[in-house]
Design a binder for this molecule. Sequence first.
Ligand code: FES
Length: 109
Amino acid sequence: MSRSVRVELDWPRENTVVLGDRHFFAYDRSGAVHVIASRCAHRGGPLHLGRIENGKLRCPWHGNDFRVDRLCARGVAVVQRGDRVIAYLPAEPDSPDSPAAVNSIVLAK
Ligand code: FES
């Protein structure tokens, strides 16, 4: 069974999480918050800095785009209670339970 790291975000003020060298970002899709790995499938670009148009998120590095509904479907497990968003991030198998840093940054739209 894989381990997970629980983080709690004060949504929407806090919208990104850094866990080790991995970044995750929160995205509101039709009132439901999703927490998505910010790593482009092409070459690892920072998806949280991408631009969303017509239901697709465009990666800022090489311009590939990805359907937002599919990114949300692949997001981590989330429990949302009003402005509290609890996410369970997959832990790396060999890493200790390092604390996750929750941040507020301006996301590109
Ligand atoms: S890294 Fe995202 S399109 Fe290349």
